[in-house]
Design a protein around this ligand. Structure first.
Ligand code: DX5
Ligand code: ZN
Length: 214
């Protein structure tokens, strides 16, 4: 499984240091959480900080938009360095159009679903998606506990992907650690986001490796 450490749990006063630390690790992606205080009850950071991270980041920039009206910002996030742009199913009225819009800007397109959203709602767009991000906590904050029901959703999503012959990746976000990552891998996860588990660990590089060695 690919590990995508979440910058949300980094030290914002030392972002360059923390991004360079991730550059030195085996993590292949860097997860960037954008929160608008409307779609989720928290505000993280936006375009200028994403752009600043991209100046130092040598990993794949995996940007997770927890915002309303994501269409309005697709071109700007491309400019700011995003390689993968993930929008929320619950925030998009014309999801198919949004996905095409992301791809037309030369980025990989992802759709995230909240814990209460069944995977079946993605049936008719799955073939267009590079990534499905399954939220294993309610979005808005780092450091929350993993919701166990997520494992069944991952299994169901994996079945849908295999049945349709798609190459869509499954990413899990929220409360991931080296213990539940074992079950996530068995269930069919391809990518795990890890915020607190990596950045609050006394050795973040080892924390990342502990997931890679599963
Ligand atoms: C939550 C964010 C997550 C968060 C994960 O809304 O989408 O990416 O940073 O943090 P942990 O791994 O601490 O749950
Ligand atoms: Zn996230």
């Amino acid at each position: 499984m690919i590990v995508s450490p979440s910058v949300l749990s980094a030290d914002f006063a030392n972002l360059e240091r923390d991004v360079k630390m991730i550059n030195q690790s085996n993590a292949e992606w860097l997860h960037i959480d954008i929160m608008d205080g409307v779609f989720v009850p928290n505000i993280s950071f936006g375009l200028p900080v994403t752009q600043a991270i991209s100046k130092h980041c040598t990993k794949v920039m995996d940007v997770h938009l927890m915002i309303v009206n994501p269409d309005q910002y697709i071109a700007a996030f491309k400019e700011a360095g995003a390689h993968i742009l993930t929008v929320h199913y619950e925030a998009c009225t014309h999801l198919h159009r949004t996905i095409q819009n992301i791809k037309s800007h030369g980025m990989k397109a992802g759709v995230a679903i909240n814990p209460h959203t069944p995977v079946s709602v993605l049936e008719d767009v799955l073939q267009d998606l590079d990534l499905v991000l399954v939220m294993s906590v309610n979005p808005g904050f780092g450091g929350q506990s993993f919701i166990p029901r997520t494992l069944d959703k991952v299994k169901a999503l994996k079945r849908m992907i295999v049945e349709r012959g798609c190459s869509t990746l499954i990413e899990i976000d929220g409360g991931v650690n080296a213990d539940n990552a074992v079950d996530l891998k068995k269930a069919g996860a391809d990518v795990v986001v890890a915020g607190n588990f990596v950045f609050k660990h006394n050795n973040p590089i080892e924390a990342i490796d502990s997931i890679y060695s599963i």
